[in-house]
Design a protein around this ligand. Structure first.
Ligand code: AIR
Length: 151
């Protein structure tokens, strides 16, 4: 599943051209999560935060996910997944960067995904927002990014 979308406010018409740098990488486990992805995109775009979107399942394409993690210069990951949502935890296993997980209500009203994301073992933290609440993932990413310009 190869899909990549990018927004960089510094580069006019930057979608879908891949910019040299983005602040946030949104990864979703499936194209079926697109509706939730768009919620995060809207907030990032409104706040002029550069980002890319990738659709990649850790369960289905583990090696491609690892390559994405290793090759991005994004500072923060927003990882969106439903069901047995290993994606945010898997990303946190391969990077020390901030990972924000968004549980998707694919089955069980999203409780399966919520617990998969929130119950990370000590030492491998994932920040978890509410079920389907990708807006809050974007707002949290913006707050974290703003700490680097604080005095
Ligand atoms: N998913 C995909 N690979 C592993 C998991 N947990 C999730 C997706 C999506 C749900 O499974 O993030 O929310 C259903 O995916 P699909 O591709 O079957 O529609």
């Amino acid at each position: 599943m190869e899909e990549q979308r990018t927004f960089n406010p510094e580069v006019a018409g930057s979608n879908p051209v891949k910019p040299a740098k983005v602040d946030v990488l949104i990864v979703a486990g499936s194209k079926s999560d697109e509706e939730i992805v768009k919620k995060a995109e809207k907030i990032l775009m409104e706040n002029k935060i550069s980002y890319s979107v990738e659709y990649c399942s850790f369960h289905r394409e583990p090696e491609r996910l690892i390559n994405l993690i290793k090759n991005t210069d994004a500072k923060i990951f927003i990882a969106i997944a439903g069901l047995s949502a290993a994606l945010p935890g898997a990303i946190a296993a391969f990077t020390n960067k901030v990972v924000i997980g968004v549980p998707v209500s694919a089955k069980l009203n999203g409780l399966d995904a919520l617990l998969s994301i929130v119950q990370m073992p000590k030492g491998v933290p994932v920040a978890c927002v509410g079920i389907d609440n990708a807006e809050n993932a974007a707002y949290l990413a913006i707050r974290i990014l703003s700490t680097s310009s604080m005095k």
